[in-house]
Design a protein around this ligand. Structure first.
Ligand code: FAD
Length: 261
């Protein structure tokens, strides 16, 4: 089975800086880590390979620094990696990101199973996986919390939904996005770390993946960020003591004093 994992490098801290003019994240001085959901995607790929055999390829679209995320993926059990990097990818929204990743997957694939995180912890849209499934014309299952079985071109899996689980049968080729509940990611082995240190990280440019220039970067991004701002802090909360009826009376008094009611 040929498995692909999409991993995004995200800032290690939640205290990220924003460019006031472009409204983009200032990533230059922020150390990067693998998006936490993508660590679960890597772990699940390794578990599927351990059960059914195959190879795992991890790809990441990002600046040259994202090669560190791919190196970490190798230390965790990924066989091959590719960094998708080109200046013309800058300013990509989720549509342009999904297009670029899809072109890369087509170029180095085809893959039977593509595993993404449910969402990134910086952009946080959860759109890239489903958009890629559409572009690659694969089946799609989001919020997957368990892969039960892969057999005869079919996968039986569990999807987390608001009030429980859905047990689903899906055909390969399949793209899934995974939740944190799916597994506990392993730590890198010493052998894996040694391998990761030595490995060359191949880079693919826009031309090499055969991308249409009008569908990548800012040109290919119909979404425009108008304004980005931090929510205004409204001060600390207050605990109201007493029995439920005393607390209700006390709350009403406070609301009247603050002229909310
Ligand atoms: P989600 O959809 O939440 O991620 C889900 C999963 O998709 C991840 O777990 C991972 O498996 C996969 N995935 C997502 N992104 C990648 C990736 N890059 N490589 C591999 N796998 C991935 N970002 C910039 O860095 N520079 C910019 O100039 C910039 N401009 C933007 C302009 C606009 C208008 C918008 C809306 C966003 C911009 N972004 C920019 C953010 C960028 O679009 C997102 O980081 C990217 O599209 C991924 O979306 P997301 O983070 O919401 O991913």
């Amino acid at each position: 089975m040929k498995i692909a994992v999409c991993i995004k490098q995200v800032p290690a801290s939640t205290d990220v800086k924003l460019d006031p003019v472009t409204n983009n994240l200032v990533r230059d001085d922020a150390p990067g880590v693998i998006n936490p959901y993508d660590l679960h995607a890597i772990e699940e790929a390794v578990r599927v390979k351990e059960r059914y055999g195959g190879t795992i390829t991890a790809i990441s679209m990002g600046p040259p620094a994202a090669s560190e995320a791919l190196r970490e993926a190798i230390s965790l059990g990924v066989d091959e990696v590719a960094l998708i990097s080109d200046r013309s990818f800058a300013g990509a929204d989720t549509l342009a990101t999904a297009y670029t990743l899809s072109k890369a997957l087509e170029k180095i694939g085809p893959f039977d199973l593509i595993i993404c995180g449910k969402q990134s912890v910086d952009g946080d849209t959860g759109q890239v996986g489903p958009e890629m499934a559409q572009m690659l014309n694969t089946s799609l299952a989001t919020s997957v919390s368990n892969i039960e079985e892969v057999d005869s071109g079919k996968v039986i899996l569990k999807r987390m939904v608001e009030d429980g689980y859905l047990r689903v049968e899906a055909n390969l080729p399949l793209l899934i996005t995974v939740t944190k509940e799916i597994n506990i990611p392993r730590t890198p082995s010493l052998k894996g770390m040694m391998k990761a240190k030595k490995e060359e990280i191949p880079t693919l440019s826009a031309e090499e993946i055969g991308a249409d220039q009008s569908r990548i970067g800012i040109l290919g991004s119909p979404t425009k960020v108008r304004r980005v701002y931090k929510p205004i802090s409204t001060g600390p909360g207050q605990m109201i003591e007493g029995t439920p009826s005393e607390a209700a009376r006390s709350l009403l008094k406070k609301l009247k004093e603050s002229k909310i009611v």
